[in-house]
Ligand binder design. Structure first.
Ligand code: SF4
Length: 148
């Protein structure tokens, strides 16, 4: 998560809380709205080292409670940018960010679906890429990719 997203979570938590699971709320109350992981990065707490404390099950499908509050019109913050950008992971360097595709076998069905629908990742992630780097950056990314 970005540094300022910790503050955003503090501001919106009361509106997000009604959409979270009892176990998630307990984990947040015990660990805090955010935690620092073993790499020193700001991240979300987990429920017993499993799923994110903000995750909720709906009909057996794991979804994001923050995004649920957003979709219900309660907040205007969708979810942490790192979640929004997944499966792209950002590594920050002094003068630039490196964006890499994170391979994870549980994403295989999404990859097959994207392939059959002919949706490359830079199009699938258009909204979060614009959210993070702006419209001009995204347009020049598209031009660069489509020239190759
Ligand atoms: S999208 Fe992010 S914040 Fe939301 S449940 Fe998943 S990991 Fe947690």
């Amino acid at each position: 998560m970005e540094e300022d997203e910790g503050m955003i979570l503090e501001e919106i938590y009361d509106k997000v809380k009604p959409y979270l699971s009892a176990e998630g709320i307990k984990a947040i109350e015990e660990q805090g709205l955010t935690v620092i992981d073993s790499d020193g990065d700001l991240t979300t707490p987990t429920i017993k080292n499993r799923e994110c404390a903000y995750a909720i099950y709906e009909k057996g499908i794991l979804k994001c409670g923050i995004e649920k509050a957003y979709l219900m019109g309660k907040i205007d913050y969708k979810k942490p940018i790192s979640c929004h950008l997944y499966p792209i992971r950002i590594s920050k360097y002094e003068h630039y960010d490196a964006l890499n595709y994170d391979r994870w076998n549980i994403c295989s069905p999404a990859c097959s679906n994207g392939e059959s629908l002919q949706v490359p990742i830079y199009k699938f992630l258009k909204d979060p890429l614009i959210r993070k780097y702006g419209e001009d950056w995204y347009n020049s990314l598209v031009k660069t990719i489509e020239k190759i």
